[in-house]
Design a protein around this ligand. Structure first.
Ligand SMILES: [Mn+2]
Length: 334
């Protein structure tokens, strides 16, 4: 059988071998999503299966809808984590800053970096980066299969969750034949798509839908309808009772409008602004747009955090978008 990741055929098993006898902290990124948690669960369980002492540790809590996929995988809360003797491995983390300040101090040097972000520059001693993959979970699943490593049901389900969430339920341009091939194999190994969908998409809270209502009411079309921007102002979380993690996915509604090519969600957070960019087509490189505000990510999904006033920022953003659409290379042919 052809290998999914022939470029890592030698390096991946060599890296795993090098971890034997070590203690490994498997870390994700700030505000963990399905791919982050799924990849942490799978990589950590893989290491434990190889006799490596591994735990997962995150700066932020596991989102409610993802908790059931963790099973008995060891997740240590940051304030209970004693980093002494551990080496650090990152999954789904585009740069060292995205693991958060505390973990970054514990691990100034990262041993392993497995990721699919186009902006990942390979900051670790061992890097497994493939920007053509839909999810870090796709890379991990492919590498495990390539190397003949066992994938038990909890791992298979966690990897499936990483892929289904990062592909937008198999809708994004990153959804390739390989994605389906890997998911087919994962279902053979115990992944259950219906059970995953039930946990991920059929357990919304009323307050999350009320947050969505407020977000939809804020939507505005800009740049002749090619961009759509929605905002969540300070206080809306309190008023609706929604959690910060409930803003995940809201920006997709802005992007779904006919004619909209780039969508933005702006959240006002105690004097700072958190932004999420989405595009329908990788011709609009939103990771490049996000760089204007010290952010990054993927061609079709990127984010940033910056300080400033929302009103001023909004007009800045519209200006950046307008310049982007004016570049001929970024105008889709109608
Ligand atoms: Mn990812």
């Amino acid at each position: 059988m052809n290998k999914f990741y022939p470029q890592f055929e030698k390096a991946f098993p060599k890296m795993l071998h090098g971890l034997k006898g070590k203690k490994v902290a498997v870390m994700g990124h700030l505000r963990p999503d399905g791919d982050c948690i799924g990849s942490q669960v799978a990589f950590c369980r893989c290491l434990i299966g190889l006799g490596v002492e591994a735990v997962c540790v995150n700066p932020h809590a596991i989102p409610r809808v993802l908790q059931s996929f963790v099973g008995d995988t060891p997740f240590v809360p940051l304030d209970e984590f004693d980093a002494r003797g551990y080496i650090g491995a990152n999954v789904d983390c585009a740069d060292e800053v995205r693991i958060g300040k505390d973990l970054r101090e514990f691990f100034p040097e990262i041993e392993v970096n497995i990721d699919h972000h186009i902006s990942n520059e390979g900051y670790a001693r061992n890097n497994f980066i493939d920007a053509g993959s839909s999810a870090t979970a796709e890379i991990l699943a492919g590498l495990f299969i390539d190397c003949g490593l066992p994938i038990e049901a909890t791992m298979a389900q966690a990897l499936y969750v990483g892929i289904v969430t990062d592909t937008g339920q198999f809708r994004f341009p990153s959804t390739t034949r390989q994605v389906f091939e890997i998911c087919r194999l994962l279902t053979e190994m115990g992944a259950d798509p219906a059970a995953a969908a039930m946990e991920l998409y059929e357990k919304e809270s009323l307050s999350k839908l009320q947050l969505l209502e407020r977000f939809l009411a804020s939507l505005r079309l800009e740049c002749d309808g090619r961009a759509c921007i929605g905002v969540i102002k300070n206080g809306v979380y309190n008023e609706t009772g929604a959690d910060r993690e409930d803003s995940e996915g809201l920006v997709d509604y802005a992007r779904s409008i006919d004619g909209v090519e780039v969508a933005v969600l702006l959240e006002e957070r105690d004097g700072a602004i958190k932004g999420s960019f989405r595009s329908k087509d990788p011709v609009h490189r939103v990771d490049v747009l996000a760089k204007n505000f010290n952010g990054g990510g993927h061609a079709c999904a990127a984010g940033f955090n910056c300080s400033g006033n929302l009103e001023e920022f909004y007009s800045n953003l519209v200006e950046v978008l307008r310049e982007h659409f004016e570049e001929p290379a970024n105008s889709t042919i109608k």
